[in-house]
Design a protein around this ligand. Structure first.
Ligand code: HEM
Length: 74
């Protein structure tokens, strides 16, 4: 995906997001969604999704798109 946490058109992103240094990948996305505050202490996101199938489906959806938001040709 090559998007860096907290860096994209989101002026209110907390410093914990901005300073996390995370570049979103399948592994970091899945860890974050399962436990946002464990992965990124201080983040404002408190929703977590522990349903592996759901998280896998979300990743499958997101990976259709490039960092520019456009659908990748397959
Ligand atoms: C499946 C659903 C969700 C996904 C995939 C998701 C994913 C993410 C990701 C990847 C970020 C980090 C963005 C970045 O900094 O690059 C984020 C931030 C955030 N999310 Fe979620 N999220 C979901 C649902 C929710 C829900 C339901 C809420 C609130 C009830 C929420 C509240 C937030 C907030 C407030 C932030 C900003 C955190 C900060 O700047 O500290 N999210 N989300």
């Amino acid at each position: 995906m090559a998007l860096t946490a907290g860096k994209r058109a989101r002026p209110k992103a907390t410093l914990s997001n901005k300073n996390s240094g995370i570049v979103w990948s399948e592994a970091s996305f899945k860890e974050y969604l399962e436990d946002p505050q464990g992965k990124m202490p201080g983040t404002k996101m408190i929703f977590s999704d522990k349903n592996e199938k759901e998280v896998a489906d979300l990743w499958a959806y997101l990976k259709q798109f490039g960092a520019d938001g456009k659908k990748k040709s397959q």
